[in-house]
Design a protein. Structure first.
Lengths: 306, 380
């Protein structure tokens, strides 16, 4: 295995990780602050991608499209919180799962009804197309590097928001004792709407960025949502730091596994068997990782409520 | 929704017209009209109905139902067609796993089944049946033809990629059978995967001189877009399933230059094809895909057999089907002993069309008279 392949795979893992972080940070905030399991988080990812595709097509500018996608996802999040989620805080987790699962169906079928089931066309902007040289003679797509950069900026921004602003203080307070901050006069309902919209905006950002790389289609959010849940369980529910670390861990393990496991099996198996077995095990790898981590740290790496 | 209502309306209208006649023919079509991959079913249906409309016969009733790509639903629809509607002929299924769930019991119960797309190896070999005809291809045909073509073009070390599921392993198996040499590597992806960064890195690190992939539907769209920006310079080959007119329009410029094998191309020169392509463009305002051509050929085969016999006279009708006495849009067409086509496979290249959008252009012949390898297992 050459070192250039290893380097490229490390960057790929980092890129998958930052994208997962964008999804997982919103999910973990909503879970940690509001105690809500939101299965419909993947729908905001899809909303972001669709609006970005449409706005980019009509305005001709990817940046405008991206802004529209993020805002639309945030707006969708706020509306859903006001109409549906608000009624679920006092309910059990099972009710929340049922209601938000229903939201997935509503969003998916609604999108299919509006735009049909063919994928929409969205590509990275001209300026970010193509690839740059990596040390060792390999090349890497510029756009994926930009996704990593955006993820890092968002991570830093979230850290500043949570650790150094009044809103962040309230969010942290809401995590540790929601009755008490309500009693202290904080408008907890507005805080919840805000946090939910923030989470939806981050999911929309992830969907918009990734939509240009993959295809914008109905149901694109659900596979990512499953990975994002793995991330927050590994990282510890409610912890942004855990989400970042968990996302990078899952991203790296998944990407490296997909390349190196088939190669490893190839050492002692026929090539086509090795490819099949290696791929199958690589698909399981992150769940094995999750099981191992939970065996030693049942609440995840950085549990918010220890 | 538009397509569904149209199917529904068509269904209503045909039912109203038909019940008057005594020896009318009922055809039941189960195909995928909603959900992922629905453009295949829509095209099969539209091609099929175009041929029926062109024939102008009012004694043929076509019932159309949507299987939403679900084997259980396809199975119960086929029972409805057989028991309630008492159809004479069934057709329409796109996906091999659905075909495996439906076809064996349909043909065993004495109904004819003509496949306009799915051609799993089992139905061409051990499980072949006298009432089962495949008008499209055995699944391996296009992949195998590409293997033969790439070998002939002097590629020595291709790297292969397909999803890790039966049709994926079959595709690579079919390719290797006719490529008939060592390949650089085989990569299996997850079914439905959307990010191919890891696989592209492996392709880059390999010493392959070309890439052959089978990623049907949305998977191929994601892969081609990521491939374009990866900076890997390598000629790309595939089967038409990853390069039909609908898919390459979604991929955009990234598809330009890719070579793909198909049993049909819209610019094949023969009178039947010209009439088909013109009629299709006029009726539906788009360029037909290979699936539309398969639907059209299926209907025309049925029409040609109906000229000779009614399906109630099973032996005569079966003989008439076997004779394949119709002008296929593929040019020449005949059935092998297992009722699967023996046909030419062509090579097409994706080029920029006159409207600036990518489109397929016929390049030449890949393999003449290809026949599946499973027919030796077929005893009928």
């Amino acid at each position: 295995m050459s070192s250039t392949l290893l380097l490229e795979q490390l960057i790929n893992g980092l890129q998958l990780g930052t994208m997962l972080f964008l999804m997982a940070s919103g999910l973990t905030l909503v879970f940690g602050v509001m105690g809500l399991i939101n299965l419909a988080h993947g729908s905001f990812y899809m909303v972001g991608a669709y609006v970005t595709a449409l706005a980019t097509a009509s305005s001709g500018s990817f940046l405008l499209g991206l802004a529209a996608g993020v805002l639309a996802a945030a707006a969708a999040g706020a509306i859903v919180e006001l109409l549906v989620i608000r009624r679920l805080y006092q309910r059990q987790h099972l009710d929340q799962v049922l209601a938000t699962f229903a939201l997935i169906l509503v969003f998916s079928e609604g999108t299919r009804w509006l735009f049909g089931s063919s994928p929409l066309w969205l590509s990275p902007p001209e300026a970010l197309a193509g690839s740059v040289a990596l040390p060792g003679g390999s090349r890497y797509p510029v756009y994926r590097l930009v996704i990593i950069a955006v993820g890092m900026v968002v991570a830093a921004g979230l850290y500043l928001l949570i650790a150094h602003t009044r809103l962040g203080m309230r969010i942290r307070a809401g995590e540790s004792d929601r009755e008490m901050i309500g009693a202290l006069g904080v408008n907890i309902r507005r805080l919840y709407t805000l946090v939910f919209a923030l989470g939806a905006a981050l999911a929309g950002l992830a969907g918009s960025l990734v939509g240009a790389l993959q295809s914008v289609q109905v149901g694109m959010g659900e596979p990512v949502l499953i990975l994002a849940f793995v991330v927050i369980v590994i990282g510890g529910i409610g912890s942004i730091k855990g989400a970042l670390l968990g996302a990078l861990l899952v991203g790296l393990v998944d990407t490296l596994g997909r390349v190196f496991l088939p190669a490893l099996f190839g050492q002692f198996m026929a090539p086509s068997d090795a490819a099949g077995a290696g791929t199958a095990l690589a698909a399981m790898l992150i769940y094995i990782l999750m099981a191992v981590i939970l065996a030693f740290k049942p609440k995840g790496l950085f549990a918010a409520h220890d | 929704m538009n397509t569904l209502t149209r199917a529904g309306l068509g269904l209503l209208m045909t039912t109203a017209v038909a019940s008057a006649q005594a020896d009318e023919v009922r055809i039941g079509m189960i195909t995928t009209l909603s959900g992922g991959g629905s453009h295949l079913g829509v095209d099969v249906r539209d091609g099929f109905m175009l041929a029926i409309d062109q024939a102008g016969r009012d004694d043929i009733e076509v019932l159309i139902q949507d299987d939403a790509r679900r084997p259980d639903l396809a199975k119960s629809l086929s029972n409805e067609f057989m028991q309630r509607d008492e159809v004479d002929i069934m057709t329409g299924i796109i996906w091999s796993n659905l075909a495996m769930a439906v076809v064996p019991s349909v043909v065993r119960q004495g109904t004819f089944y003509l496949s306009p797309n799915a051609g799993p190896s089992a139905l061409a070999g051990k499980m072949c049946h006298e009432n089962y005809f495949n008008v499209a291809y055995q699944n391996d045909n296009l992949h195998g033809a590409m293997g033969a073509y790439m070998r002939e073009q002097g590629f020595e070390n291709p790297i292969l990629m397909a999803p890790n599921y039966p049709a994926g392993t079959d595709a690579l198996g079919g390719f290797k059978h006719l490529f008939d040499d060592e390949v650089a590597d085989e990569i299996y992806t997850q079914l439905g995967q959307t990010d191919y960064a890891a696989e592209i890195a492996r392709i880059r690190a390999s010493d392959a001189d070309s890439l052959f992939f089978f990623l049907p539907g949305g998977m191929g769209i994601s892969f081609m877009k990521q491939w374009e920006n990866s900076g890997v310079e390598m000629p790309v080959f595939g089967a038409a399933f990853s390069f039909d007119e609908t898919i390459i329009k979604a991929v955009g410029s990234a598809a330009i230059g890719a070579m793909n094998t198909s049993q049909w191309a819209y610019d094949l020169e023969n009178a039947a094809n010209q009439a088909f392509v013109e009629g299709f463009r006029e009726a539906y305002e788009r360029t037909p895909t290979l699936y539309a051509a398969q639907g059209y050929d299926t209907a025309r085969l049925i029409l040609s057999a109906l000229e000779k016999a009614h399906p109630d006279d099973q032996d005569a009708f079966r003989e008439a089907l076997r004779a394949a006495d119709f002008d296929s849009v593929r040019g020449k067409f005949r059935f092998g002993p297992n009722h699967h086509p023996i046909q030419d496979i062509h090579v097409r290249e994706v080029v920029e069309g006159e409207d600036g959008e990518p489109t397929n252009r016929l390049v030449g012949l890949a393999v003449e008279d290809i026949q599946d390898i499973y027919h030796v297992d077929c005893k009928m």
